[in-house]
Design a protein around this ligand. Structure first.
Ligand code: NI
Length: 176
């Protein structure tokens, strides 16, 4: 398939709510392009609107990187029509980046534990309870489906800036 161009912040499509998928069997080409694009850009996640398709489809996954052995692995997952339910009141703040906001990092609060549900590419139900980085990536991707980019969630814009300034030694997590 193909590596697709990423829409960047400023594009109105990224601020729009994406539509529910009614026919999962029609998603094969889209999902193949999303996988190729995420792999080419070494992302941790990608939402269909980021490649210009306003449908409720997200892809995420992180394999253990030998350079960052403490970073948790997240299974590669396609999630169609996802629904998130926070578990408990606890929130974490951590640094995020986004393929649609290249070169930037921000400190973003997220629910620490969530349950998420949706469908895989074969129409089978996915239902998981997760926490930490896995929960963060899912929340970041599902925000894209509601037209929310992470800078909108930053509490203090002192903690938003260029990665090369904030982290001159480099940064572990991948964009999503
Ligand atoms: Ni993103």
């Amino acid at each position: 398939m193909a590596v697709r161009a990423i829409r960047r912040m400023g594009d109105p499509l990224l601020w729009a709510r994406a539509q529910e998928v009614s026919d999962i069997s029609a998603l094969a080409d889209l999902v193949a392009d999303m996988k190729d694009t995420m792999a080419a850009l070494q992302g941790a996640g990608l939402a269909a609107p980021q490649i210009g398709v306003p449908l409720r489809v997200v892809l995420f996954g992180v394999s253990v990187n030998p350079r960052y052995p403490d970073a948790a692995a997240v299974p590669e997952t396609i999630l169609v029509n996802p629904v998130i339910e926070p578990l408990g009141e606890e929130q974490d703040e951590a640094w995020e980046g986004c393929l649609s906001v290249p070169g930037m990092r921000g400190l973003v609060p997220r629910h620490r534990r969530i349950r998420y549900r949706g469908f895989d590419i074969d129409g089978a139900m996915i239902d998981r309870e997760v926490e930490g980085f896995h929960a963060r990536v899912v929340q970041h991707e599902c925000d894209h489906l509601d037209g929310i980019l992470y800078p909108s969630r930053i509490r203090d814009l002192k903690f938003f800036g260029y990665e090369s300034v904030l982290f001159p030694e480099g940064f572990a997590e991948q964009d999503a």
